[in-house]
Each structure stands twice: as C-alpha cells, then as structure tokens.
Design a protein around this ligand. Structure first.
Ligand code: ZN
Length: 50
C-alpha cells in the first residue's frame, strides 16, 4: 500500500507543503495543523487541501 500524502496549505500565505502521514488514521474531515511555514517564517495554521 502506498504511503499517504497529504497536502497542507498555509492559511496565511497559501504555501503548500507535503506531509507524509504514516498513521493509518483516516481523516474524514479536513485536517488542520499548526505548522512552521518557511514562507511566513512562523507557525501558522495549515489546512488540508483536497
Ligand atoms: Zn505561510
């Protein structure tokens, strides 16, 4: 089974980052995660892009 890739998008600048989710947890809803954004150079809220 291939690894699951999620694309998370910064809600501030729109930067997209790939996230390899090794958990088998399925997210029925869009995932939201606080993450360091290299473009904003700070922690911002990322939302899963689908
Ligand atoms: Zn950003």
């Amino acid at each position: 089974m291939p690894r699951e890739h999620s694309i998370l998008k910064c809600t501030v600048c729109g930067e997209e980052v790939y996230l390899v989710d090794r958990n088998k947890k399925k997210h029925a809803e869009r995932m939201e995660k606080e993450k360091y954004c290299p473009k904003c150079r700070k922690k911002t809220l990322f939302k899963e892009k689908k």
